[in-house]
Design a protein around this ligand. Sequence first.
Ligand SMILES: C[S@@+](CC[C@H](N)C(=O)[O-])C[C@H]1O[C@@H](n2cnc3c(N)ncnc32)[C@H](O)[C@@H]1O
Length: 298
Amino acid sequence: MIYELSKDNLKLSVQEVLSLANTDKYELYENILICKKVDYKRLACTNNVYEQIFIDTKIPNINWEKYYEENFCARSNKASKEKELAGIIWKSLKNPKVKLKDSKTEFHFFFIKDKIICGKKVFERTEPFHIRRPDLRPGFFPVSLKPRLARTLINLTGIKKGLIWDPFCGTGGILLEAAMMDLKVIGTDIDPIMIRAAKENFKHYNLKATFEIADARTEKIKCKAVVCDPPYGRRASTKKVIIETLYNDFLENAYNFVDKVVIMMPNTVKIKTKYKIKFSTEEFVHGTLTRRILILEK
Ligand SMILES: C[S@@+](CC[C@H](N)C(=O)[O-])C[C@H]1O[C@@H](n2cnc3c(N)ncnc32)[C@H](O)[C@@H]1O
């Protein structure tokens, strides 16, 4: 498949697909990723997905009929070539019909360096993440992650079924996205006010979850993966625990019963853990905060 990735954080966009595909095999041409098929409707950092038709240095002989349905248009990152490309396809079809808007078959040609990558569009991400903004929820605290990032973190686990645990769940922002993807979720937090807010939010979206008050440094929940953004030592309180100690104690506890942890933290926090770092990337937020996203595995 061909994945046209968001360029906001390309490394993160690539890893989201690789995690869901459970593979390290891929080719990347600028923001065009070639990789095996995943449940692409879940993706948060991919804008469009195409069924691969060819990758070549020139346009080979293609049986366009095999891909054609009802009508078509040809699109390209080189808009000036679209007419010529449509002409090539037109000539090879029995009953061609061109439809420029909302066409049933969209052939897309990416010209990248010496390569031409061609695919038929199968998915366009139109997910309205903004309508689920944290400030529109009844249980709102300014610590909550934006839904698109929350969904990306869930996808980095690669988990398709089973239980996700957020041990620093706050208002439940990460778990809301997980529950919307039909994953089972459990959230714990040391702060009862946060647990109340998380419950309110799940009720608002009519989604199911289990929430409990618990300290992440001692709580044991058997799950497929942990996904979390522990306190940054700023707005979200660490309850007076030194931030590094909180992270390290939590990871030491989790190591006994969780195989995979996706965690987001300020890049100033230096963790010590037995987990191996499978993936790491950074996101600039503002002058004094850059976040690091890690996938930790046993
Ligand atoms: C950055 S916030 C998480 C925000 C959350 N992702 C959301 O969507 O609202 C960190 C949370 O960790 C909680 N916390 C702090 N120390 C904790 C501990 N030892 N165990 C569990 N939760 C803790 C705080 O109460 C806070 O709600």
